[in-house]
Design a protein around this ligand. Sequence first.
Ligand code: NDP
Ligand code: GDP
Length: 329
Amino acid sequence: MKRALITGVTGQDGSYLAELLLSKGYKVYGLRRRTSTPNYENVEHIKDQIQWISGDLGDLASLIEAVRISDPDEVYNLAAQSFVAASWPQPIATGQMTALAVTNMLEAVRIMKPLAKFYQASSSEMFGKVVETPQKESTPFYPRSPYGVAKLYGHWITVNYRESFNMFACSGILFNHESPRRGLEFVTRKVTDGVARIKLGLQSELRMGNLDSLRDWGFAGDYVKAMWLMLQQNEPDDYVISTGEMHSVAELLETAFSYVGLNYKEYIVLDPEFVRPAEVDLLLGDCTKAKEQLGWKLEVDFKQLVHMMVDEDMKRVKSETRYYELMRS
Ligand code: NDP
Ligand code: GDP
């Protein structure tokens, strides 16, 4: 039985990856950090199948212990401060958890299990103010946020450990990927949750930032398959994972609101609070290498993704409303 250690297992990607690995018969170890209210929402359904290990990305001793306990064949380093907008007000925490912590994880693996295969969750945000379109593995980086800068460090330290210590370390340069498990602060989920609340009469407007930015949005369930495929190759390498299609935030709004029969223009309020100090205007990935070398393919397209997220948010908001009504009665 193969053994995998996942950091960030309670997050969007970690939960889909844990499901995938469990379905393949892996023994899955998940790093869980101490928080005032543990966040099991995404993994409630598989919580009992995960071997939980306490640890924090910032605490090298706990990571060494996590690798010792799990004795993994594969390590997926998904944990991070993952929200771009939060990286301006918290640039140092972002640097610690999204950049330097990658070295903590690599060191833990190098010291305890140097033959384990290592996956680093890198990001298209590293391309930032893009110097070519579409972006591929050879495109030069130009990050535009403390998050993008931190991810760039994580990417290069992963490449460096591969070249310095001959570790099987891969960096997946993933473009935006979403799902009903995406955090509510990210634009797709903010929109689909807003659509559900407006449709159900619980909210009358949605306050938004830049509607012109363009993103290459895919489905997280498809993207975790690419992570796994990278670690099944004979040689470690870096891969772009994307859909090769881009849509504006305005198109996202149109797709989500029209699905429930509403016109988004009647509900959107532009709010400077959601405009960023520096913007990434467009991201569009070319994942030819992943398709050819990994045999990776996309199953869910943009429209299906948005509709799936609206459907799930409608269900969730309805059941929450019923719950509060019951509590009041
Ligand atoms: P999420 O924000 O959903 O999950 C982040 C995870 O990191 C959570 O499990 C969180 O735990 C954990 N975490 C945060 N800080 C620490 C810490 N100090 N110690 C231990 N665990 C910690 O992110 P996603 O699942 O969306 O993304 C996964 C990875 O992929 C991230 O590194 C992200 O930056 C990267 N990425 C994501 C993209 C996307 O579009 N989703 C695109 C490209 C890269 P807790 O539940 O306790 O908060
Ligand atoms: P990112 O690409 O990792 O920053 O993912 P986000 O989902 O946070 O943002 C995607 C794009 O949507 C960015 O260009 C944001 O500026 C834009 N955007 C516009 N309005 C909003 C908003 O209200 N919230 C968020 N999160 N993003 C917004």
